[in-house]
Ligand binder design. Structure first.
Ligand SMILES: Nc1ncnc2c1ncn2[C@@H]1O[C@H](COP(=O)(O)OP(=O)(O)O)[C@@H](O)[C@H]1O
Ligand SMILES: [Mg+2]
Ligand SMILES: [Zn+2]
Length: 91
C-alpha cells in the first residue's frame, strides 16, 4: 500500500486536539479570549510537532463568528469555509 503522510489523513481541528503543546495552546486560547492577538506569530520547532496545525486552528479562532472558550466553533461559515478548502488537509 502506498504511503500516505499523516497530515493528509488527520489534522487537529481544535487546540484541545493538539497533544503535548499545552503551554502553546493555552497561551493562544487566552489571547483569543482576551481579544488581544499579536500582529504576527512565529511557530518554531521540529518537524511534525503541530506548528502548521496550531497556525490553522489559530487562524480560524481569530476569524470565527462564534468562538467558544478560545476555540474555533468549526461550524460557522468562516470556519467551514476554511476547513472545506481543498488545501486544508493537503498543506
Ligand atoms: N501536537 C500534535 N497533536 C496532534 N497531532 C499532531 C501534533 N503534531 C503533529 N500532529 C499530526 O501530524 C501532522 C503534521 O503536523 P503539522 O502540524 O503539519 O506539523 P509541523 O507543521 O510542525 O511540521 C498533523 O496533521 C497531525 O495529524
Ligand atoms: Mg508545517
Ligand atoms: Zn466558527
Amino acid at each position: 500500500m502506498a504511503y500516505t503522510a499523516l497530515y493528509r489523513k488527520f489534522r487537529p481541528l481544535t487546540f484541545s486536539e493538539i497533544v503535548g503543546q499545552e503551554h502553546i495552546t493555552r497561551t493562544l486560547k487566552n489571547q483569543i479570549i482576551a481579544e488581544r492577538v499579536g500582529h504576527a506569530y512565529l511557530f518554531n520547532g521540529g518537524r511534525g510537532t503541530g506548528k502548521t496545525s496550531a497556525a490553522k486552528v489559530l487562524a480560524r479562532a481569530i476569524n470565527c463568528l462564534n468562538p467558544q472558550n478560545g476555540e474555533p466553533c468549526n461550524e460557522c461559515e468562516i470556519c467551514k469555509g476554511a476547513i472545506n478548502r481543498f488545501s486544508y488537509r493537503y498543506c
